[in-house]
Ligand binder design. Structure first.
Ligand code: ADP
Length: 295
């Protein structure tokens, strides 16, 4: 099997997690319980998921010229991801998600920071690299016009394009028509199809590209005859990053030539394993772990 090239174009964040037994009111200070920094961002998470499976992954993105940026770039590099085009920018901070965990629930403030410096101009400069990719994997945590530019370039060079439309927003027909696989979860699928004034024919065309992830139920492939690819029954510890693991694994499988159903079966297994462990990237399985699980 020849190893094909996957390029992930997307966000790189540091998740800053504080657990507390008391929730402070505005203006109040309290003592918290625990504090962690955890690498995240949908782009980086999906790149890590594919790399853990042994894929040849390059990441395109931006971090700040700060300690988080340095740490995250090094972290991706340590996992074997090509980070030559993860650019440190001076104008702003590395993207962060500040998460407060309280009473089994959480509240999150996301500051995109450097992720919004992944501009169409930046992407245009990397056309050669995108042209050499077999699979291009995107999400929506960088500016939409950048996603549009990346898709335009990738489609010109006949790469297989996967878009994970998260966080969901209004997407143009032109963008969606150039994508090979759209991977919304159930909530995102609803928004994807109701949020625009398409004709029934146009809607059908988009639906055909969708692989809808349905949590513990697995996925629905809507291309051709609708098919359900069931998930696996596992002991759930933390579902954070399940979708990211699914997308990274799907990209890996398509890059090595799996048929779509087979790819979804494998990606369901990888995602099921990921929910048995804590954290997004921390739970992502290796190729050997998925193969043993599937035996
Ligand atoms: P997201 O995390 O983006 O909301 P989903 O919840 O649909 O996406 O999960 C993505 C995939 O992760 C599912 O299609 C499935 O393969 C796997 N998955 C999620 N939750 C579970 C679970 N409880 N048990 C087994 N697999 C799961």
């Amino acid at each position: 099997m020849t190893k094909k090239k996957i390029t992930v174009i997307g966000s790189i964040n540091m998740d800053i997690v504080t657990s507390t037994n008391i929730l402070p009111k505005m203006g109040e200070t309290v003592l918290g319980k625990a504090f962690h920094t955890i690498p995240g961002g949908k782009g980086a998470n999906q790149a890590v998921a594919a790399a853990r499976l042994g894929a040849d992954v390059s990441m395109i993105g931006c971090v700040g010229k700060d300690t988080f940026g340095k740490e995250l770039k090094q972290h991706l590099n340590n996992l074997g991801i090509d980070v030559q085009n993860v650019e440190p920018v001076t104008e702003t901070s590395t993207g962060t998600a500040t998460i407060t965990v309280f009473d089994g629930d959480n509240s999150i403030i996301v500051v995109p920071g450097a992720n919004y410096h992944v501009t169409p101009v930046y992407i245009e400069r990397l056309e050669k690299m995108i042209a050499e990719s077999d699979v291009v994997l995107l999400q929506l945590e960088i500016p939409l016009e950048t996603v549009e530019k990346a898709v335009e370039i990738a489609s010109k060079h006949h790469a297989t394009i996967i878009l994970n439309p998260a966080p969901i927003q209004l997407l143009s027909k032109e963008l969606l028509s150039k994508i090979d696989y759209i991977t919304p979860n159930e909530h995102e699928q609803e928004m994807l199809l109701t949020s625009s004034d398409w004709t029934d024919e146009e809607r059908k065309e988009i639906i055909k590209k969708c692989i809808v992830t349905k949590g513990a139920k697995g996925v629905s492939i809507l291309k051709g005859n609708e098919r359900q690819i069931p998930s696996f029954n596992v002991d759930v510890v933390d579902t954070t990053g399940a979708g990211d693991t699914f997308n990274g694994a799907l990209a890996y499988c398509l890059s090595i030539g799996y048929e779509l159903e087979e790819a979804c079966h494998f990606a369901n297994a990888a995602a099921a394993l990921s929910v048995t462990k804590f954290g997004a990237q921390g739970g992502m399985p290796t190729l050997q772990e998925v193969e043993e699980f599937l035996q």
